[in-house]
Ligand binder design. Structure first.
Ligand code: APR
Ligand code: PHB
Length: 389
């Protein structure tokens, strides 16, 4: 089998890249180790920057997001029992869309199927080969038979635990990492959101976040210990703890209900450099991970594949390698700014046991300055709505 671009991974990065390349007339195949249902079953992010929505529109997969997504003009930051609204639209003229990653993935899968493009699900033992040559290839096993795909380029969109980055010799890659001393316990419930916009709360008991998927489906997060086990958090305990961390007005409006999903995720900041190795490119979580506090993970996957698809379009249309030569530096410039912002939001809003009372006071001073300075709120807004591609 032969294709121009072999994409490893059918998450948001791989699927969006596949549709962008198709739009530009660049043939591609996606190899995904899980089933489509498994991929859709992952409950992940829910905030789309307008640049991400524009990319969905560009590939003809944005219609349902515009119909069902919620357009938000601001977020609320709470500390000391008081909520402060940050009007991001007033500061930037831009908005955010609340639309679950699951739905983005579903829409991209539908677009790919409608275009008759090949996605091999349950592709086992996927391996990139000879990406440091002009004749890269990818092998995989399916139904006990080993297959090989000859290609011009390989796109490693296989997430943090994927095979692509792991296939790069250690001497050719540098990684930068910070692991946070806590996790996020998340719950999904078929209940109306506690507030029309998101509420990020700094509390002495720990961080909490009130967000949503629609006007009837809510998502809540609590900072929890890395030692916590989901079995220790029955729904009642979750709701009781959330009420302890929310401001009085939020507690008054909170509608609790049975969880339809509950999980604990660790938080880390991670960047791999470079993001290009000969004819193999990394994109999305395969190259970087951000703590979800800044809602950047999905949106960075989108900007990566925007840069990569433009570079490949230039290669094939203009026979120029300028774009692919610049891909890593271009993508990393935006990645590192988003990594910084996500680290800053995480550092400001979470309880850090090792920084003690002094650290807690510094956080409150940062928050007090933030909500009293138009310059500070504009800076947060610029980063939250998404820096330019
Ligand atoms: N072979 C084939 N597929 C693989 C392999 C492999 N060896 N390893 C992983 N995959 C698949 C996974 O099953 C997954 O479907 O690659 C896909 C990677 O998708 P994501 O992990 O969602 O990463 P990405 O597409 O970059 O999207 C980033 O997802 O995890 C969230 O917070 C993150 O919102 C961000 C977004
Ligand atoms: C979500 O809706 O899941 C969400 C929103 C904002 C974040 C993180 C997660 O910062």
């Amino acid at each position: 089998m032969r294709t121009k671009v072999a994409i490893i991974g059918a998450g948001p990065a791989g699927l969006l890249l596949g549709q962008l390349l198709h739009t530009y007339g660049i043939d591609n195949i996606i190899l995904e180790r899980q089933t489509a249902d498994y991929v859709l079953g992952r409950i992940r992010a829910g905030v789309l920057e307008d640049g991400t929505v524009s990319l969905l529109d560009e590939v003809g997969a944005g219609e349902r997001a515009h119909r069902e997504g919620l357009v938000h003009h601001g977020v609320e930051i709470a500390f000391g029992g008081v909520r402060h609204r940050i009007d991001m639209h007033a500061a930037t003229g831009r908005t955010l869309m609340i639309y679950g990653q699951t739905e983005v993935t579903r829409d991209l899968m539908s677009a790919r199927a409608a275009a008759g493009l090949t996605t091999v699900y349950q592709a086992a033992d996927v391996k990139p080969h000879d990406f440091d040559s002009d004749t890269p290839r990818v092998s995989y096993a399916k139904d006990g038979i080993t297959h090989e795909i000859a290609c011009d380029f390989i796109a490693g969109c296989d997430g943090f635990h994927g095979v692509s980055r792991a296939s790069v010799p250690e001497s050719s890659i540098r990684t930068f990492e910070r692991v946070y001393p806590f996790g996020w316990l998340g719950i999904l419930s078929e209940t109306p959101p506690v507030s029309p916009e998101l509420i990020y709360t700094n509390h002495e008991r720990g961080f909490s976040l009130c967000t949503m998927r629609s006007t009837h489906r809510s998502r809540y997060y609590l900072q929890c210990s890395l030692d916590d086990d989901i079995g220790q958090w029955p729904d009642d305990r979750f709701w009781d703890e959330l009420k302890r961390r929310l401001d009085p007005r939020a507690v008054e409006h909170l509608v609790t209900g049975p969880s339809i999903e509950k999980s604990i995720a660790p938080l880390r900041s991670f960047v791999a450099e470079p993001m290009r190795f000969g004819r193999m490119f990394l994109a999305g979580d395969a190259a970087h991970i951000v703590p979800p506090t800044g809602a950047k993970g999905l949106n960075l996957a989108a900007s990566d594949v925007h840069y990569l698809s433009q570079a490949l379009r230039e290669f094939y249309a203009e026979k120029s390698a300028a774009g692919i030569d610049a891909y890593s530096a271009t993508a990393l410039a935006r990645v590192w700014k988003a990594v910084r912002f996500s680290w800053w939001m995480t550092s400001m809003l979470h309880k850090f046991p090792d920084t003690g009372e002094f650290g807690a006071r510094i956080q409150l001073a940062e928050l007090d300055y933030l909500v009293s300075s138009n310059a500070a709120m504009t800076s947060l807004s610029e980063n939250y709505v998404g820096l330019p591609f």
